[in-house]
Design a protein around this ligand. Structure first.
Ligand code: ASP
Length: 331
């Protein structure tokens, strides 16, 4: 006797939930609510800058306010985990870089699964890195830097945004190319590391060009090389050699960044966000901001979920063995 009313109640509840779900999806975004881009590094750094540029562009087409939440720490895994566990309603999104593919190998444990805990919303940009030094370093070019590094073995420190971050990965490849061990100094993002580099507290750093362009131009830091196989077009970088030109023939690292939602976010909500992302990568303002600092905007199959996910998988497969061979892990 009891089972019928109970199953009726269950069916009614399920129906109500379905309606509530589709109403939410249809109304998305609610103009009275903020959409939050969780950025897992400090404000003022390259990931933060790219996220704010994207937010500015997507705000125009979504018609909703987008705010940035710098949820920093543990090389970006704190912010990523925050989104993996967030309500899947489209209002909490993760803006993250190559760390999405490298952290699972570089950190011994992460509290989320890259493959199954996120909806992939599309990649937006690619960013070369550049090797820079404190302004008081005696070396003025790559050859002098290599000579100085060899003369100062055991005394050199290199800043990064935590084990597993892009700057850590690049710095690790740099040390292995030069065959010189340096002392890593971790920060909660490369913005605070840059402050210390300018102040001379640390010697070297490898960071995205979107973060280094202004500092190089203002002569606040010394610049030595870029990490792409080809030289970069912007005036501030065009005279810098690539690491390959400097003699390190396999050296190539480019950072990419994209947007993620928690797993289970309704498909119509994902579509609206993805539509806005695809308009952003065609937005002249957004493109100009990235290109003027040596980055490029992605406009291909990786702007969609399937292409984005396949690319992250390929990057995990590419970097995993390199990271393992270098033996760099952290708990
Ligand atoms: N550039 C940083 C990294 O090394 C992150 C940041 O501060 O944006 O991963």
């Amino acid at each position: 006797m009891l089972s019928k009313p109970l199953s009726l109640i269950g069916a009614a509840a399920a129906l109500a939930l379905t309606f509530a779900g589709s109403a939410t999806a249809q109304d998305f975004p609610n103009k009275d609510k903020n959409i939050t881009f969780v950025v897992p590094f400090a404000a003022g750094g390259p990931t933060d800058k790219a996220a704010r540029d994207l937010a500015e562009s997507m705000r125009k087409t979504l018609g909703a306010n987008i705010v940035v939440d710098n949820a920093v720490g543990a090389s970006g895994s704190i912010g990523a985990n925050k989104v993996a566990k967030a309500n899947p309603d489209g209002y909490t999104l993760l803006f993250f870089h190559i760390g999405q593919a490298t952290l699972p190998t570089m950190l011994r444990t992460i509290p989320y699964k890259v493959e199954t805990d996120f909806e992939y919303l599309g990649l937006v940009s690619e960013n070369p890195m550049s090797v820079i030094g404190r302004p008081s370093l005696p070396a003025n070019n790559m050859a002098e830097l290599v000579k100085w590094a060899n003369e100062n073995k055991g005394k050199i420190n290199i800043g990064n945004a935590g084990i597993g971050s892009a700057s850590h990965l690049c710095g690790m490849l740099f040390q292995s190319a030069l065959k010189i061990d340096m002392t890593p100094v971790p920060y909660k993002g490369t913005a605070p590391a840059m402050t210390d580099l300018i102040g001379g507290q640390i010697d070297l750093m490898c960071d995205q060009t979107t973060s280094t362009a202004q500092q190089i131009e203002g002569k606040k830091v010394k610049a030595y090389s870029v990490t792409t196989p080809k030289r970069l077009a912007p005036a501030v970088f065009k005279d810098l050699p690539t690491m390959q030109e400097a003699g390190y023939k396999d050296f190539a690292v480019t950072i990419w960044q994209g947007l993620y939602a928690p797993k289970g976010t309704p498909a119509p909500v994902l579509k609206k966000i993805n539509d806005a992302l695809k308009l952003a990568v065609k937005d002249a303002d957004f493109i100009k901001k990235q290109e003027s600092a040596g980055a490029s905007v992605i406009s291909d199959a990786r702007n969609d979920a399937a292409g984005h996910k396949a690319f992250v998988g390929a990057e995990m497969a590419k970097w995993g063995p390199i990271i393992k061979a270098a033996g760099v892990y952290a708990d």
